[in-house]
Each structure stands twice: as C-alpha cells, then as structure tokens.
Design a protein. Structure first.
Length: 411
C-alpha cells in the first residue's frame, strides 16, 4: 500500500506541475519569518533578528518582508546582535563574534583575542564594543571588533548574560550562585566595575526606563531607582516569573517569559503586570518606533498598540516539518509540526489555518469536512469552514494513531 506521505506528495506534484513540463521543484515560500528568534537589534528603521539556527534576517518595513543573510555564520546559534554605525555584530554559541558591513548579507569572524567561542551578550557604549562571555568575564574592543582586551577589574562573576546602557553608565547582568554578585556597573567604559547590588539571582536581561533600572531574572523582575545600589522585587501580577527579555515603550515596560506565559506589560514602573500575549515562549523583544516585536518559539509577533493586540508576521512553513498535504475546496492544505497551513496560490505563499503549535501528522478531506490528526495535540480535529475554526472530533477515541498507521476507507 502506498503510504500517506507518498500519496499526498504525488497529488501535490501533479497539481503544481503542467503535464507538458519536465518534473521540477521550486521553493513554496517567500522570505520566511524566522522561528526561535533569540535576539533583535535595531538600526534606525531596520530590524535584525538572530535565530537559534545561526541565521540573521533583516526587515526594513516593520516585519512585512525579511531578507536572510546569505553566508558566513556557519550555523552557529546567534545569541546577541548589536549595531554600531554601519556595522552589525553577532555573538554566537560556539562561533565567537561575527561582523557584517553589508546589512547582514555576508559575515566575517571578529574574534581575535577572545578566549571563549561562546559569547552571550554584546553592547555598544561610548564608541566601544563589549562582549559578555560564558565564563570569561567581559572583553572590550575599541576598533570595531578587530582586537579585544580583557576588562575584569572589579568583576567577580564571569558569566555575563546581558548589558544595558544609561548615559555614561554601563550595566552588566550575570549568572547566579551562592554569594555571587548578579549585576555590575561601570562608569568609565568598562575599565573598572563595581557591584550593582543584586545578589544570587540569575539575570537574563536589563532595561532602562527613565531613571529606573530593571532586571529580568529567573524568579521575576527587579527594579532599582538608584543605579543598582538597592533593588526591590517588581513582579506583582505575574504568574510566570521565568523572565527573559525586557523592552520599554514610553511609560510601558514589557517582559517576555520563557515557559508558555508570553509577554507581560506594566504601565506603573513594575508595580503590577498584566498578560498581553498569551501562551508563547518568548525569547526576545525589540522596539522600532511604536512597533513592538516579540521573538518566540513560533516566529515573530508584532503589536502596534502598546501590546493590546498582536499579529504573527508573514507566517511561513519553511522551518516546520511538513507531514502531509491535502486538496480541500480547491485549496492546498499542509499539516506540519507547527499546525495546519493553507495556500490559495498553489504553494507560493501560506497562512496559518486555524491552529499552530500542534504537530499535525495527517490531513483528510471528505466533502465539506477537513480532518486533522495530531500527535500529542489531543486527537482528531474537524473543520467545516476551510480551516478557520476547528472542533475536537475524537471525544470517544482512546488511542490516537500516528499518520503511518492511518488508513481511510470511504464507503
């Protein structure tokens, strides 16, 4: 018996290729939004996104379309991005620091003098470029990354996770440990460092709002009103306190949480938080004017109204595992590891069809009914409106087979 995958692929090939043409394959997506976005950087109106898979993407129109870097990073996961004039720097897991001078099109290594190939964070301050290392403290470059010097005078924690710049103050956030300082301050471009007060908390991000300094930590958000001399907890309202990125728009502060919480917003300097983007693993946040971007496990989301409403940008299935295809109501549907997607133009572009974040292993069309079988997603789902809405159709099923076990007989 021909398997479901082979049958679906043969069907799609026959639909998309004219009979008189030789068999050929072309990409079925255009300028995909990257998924697993670890970091952002902003230069004017240009937004850069660095991904877990070692790619960097550029958008000059608030995320409507993206251009992917063509060469250079060799697949190293991108942990941090920083802009300095026309230079774009990327820190990576296992590959050191890289430099692009052409808007992320190509990259060259910029790690001479760095002892550790894993660099957690980057910052530009006072004309200098700083690299936060994974155990080796902080390095500074005064020549756009050509050479680096070790700057640890007063620094007692080598695991640097984040930076923040406020005027002439440079703050560094660090990993946690018993009796370990978690934040440091330099007022002289990194030449010397002093404790910034926080102790024994894992700092993932730092942000400045007016005269206040905020730290996103494992365990919530902390606030300092005196450059880190003292701190108070500022997490009231949060039900998920595994805080990763922070961002500021005007008087609003945003915090992204890691394990399904989403994006939280505070409009009163962290006194209370409310959830504004739900059920997403948020890895990064960025602000371009009034546009707020959230990088998640499920691509990039955009809000233009201070986090009140969100849209997922330029949905694409390019980074998802495509398990099955079906033609339903003259349209092409794909079941993927990231949900169901619909194409109305023979695969040239795709949009989400009803639900994402679910591994859809099989699709089947029967009359006006479209069925989606899931793996770990709760069973079998039914849509009667071309994927706009779905209802559970397997309430009486006690076993949900995988796609390779499904056989359909129409009588």
């Amino acid at each position: 018996m021909i398997t479901s995958k082979v049958l679906y692929l043969a069907l799609v090939a026959s639909l998309l290729s004219p009979a008189s043409s030789p068999a050929q394959w072309v990409p079925a997506t255009k300028e995909p939004v990257p998924e697993y976005v670890n970091c952002f950087a902003v230069s004017g109106t240009t937004l850069y996104a660095g991904t877990e898979w070692g790619d960097v993407f550029r958008s000059t129109n608030n995320g409507k379309t993206w251009t992917k870097s063509s060469s250079g990073l060799n697949g190293w996961g991108v942990y941090s991005l920083a802009c300095s004039g026309t230079n774009l720097f990327a820190s990576t897991y296992g590959g050191g620091v890289w430099l692009s001078t052409d808007g992320c099109a190509t990259w060259t290594s910029s790690s001479i003098g760095l002892p550790n190939v894993t660099v957690n964070a980057l910052a530009v301050a006072g004309g200098n470029l700083f690299a936060g290392m994974n155990g080796d403290g902080i390095y500074r470059s005064t020549d756009d990354g050509k050479n680096w010097t070790w700057e640890i005078n007063g620094l007692t924690n080598g695991y640097i996770s984040s930076f923040a710049v406020s005027g002439t103050n440079l703050f560094a956030g660090c990993g946690a440990g018993q009796g370990v300082v978690s934040a440091f301050l330099s007022t002289n471009n990194g030449a010397t460092w002093t404790s910034a007060g926080l102790m024994e908390v894992e700092v993932r991000s730092l942000a400045v709002s007016g005269t206040d300094l905020f730290a996103g930590c494992y365990g919530g958000v902390w606030r300092s009103t005196n450059n880190g001399a003292t701190w108070t907890s500022a997490s009231v309202g949060m039900t998920d306190t595994d805080v990763r990125p922070l961002a500021v728009i005007g008087t609003s502060i945003f915090a992204g949480t890691q394990y399904g919480g989403g994006v939280w917003r505070s409009t009163n300097n962290g006194a209370r938080w409310t959830l504004c983007l739900q059920n997403n693993h948020v890895l990064s946040l960025a602000v371009v004017g009034t546009h707020l971007f959230a990088g998640t496990y499920n691509g990039i989301y955009l809000s233009t109204d201070d986090g009140a409403r969100w849209t997922r940008l330029n949905v694409s299935i390019v980074d998802a595992e495509v398990n099955s295809f079906v033609v339903h109501s003259a349209h092409l549907f794909a079941g993927t590891s990231n949900g169901v997607y619909l194409s109305t133009n023979s695969g040239s572009s795709w949009t989400a069809a009803g639900f994402t974040d679910t591994n859809v292993t099989a699709l089947f069309s029967y009359g006006s009914h479209l069925f989606a079988g899931t793996w770990g997603g709760g069973g079998l789902y039914l849509s009667t409106d071309n994927g706009t809405n779905w209802t559970l159709a397997s309430a009486d099923l006690t076993y949900y087979p995988r796609m390779s076990q499904i056989q359909v007989k129409v009588v």
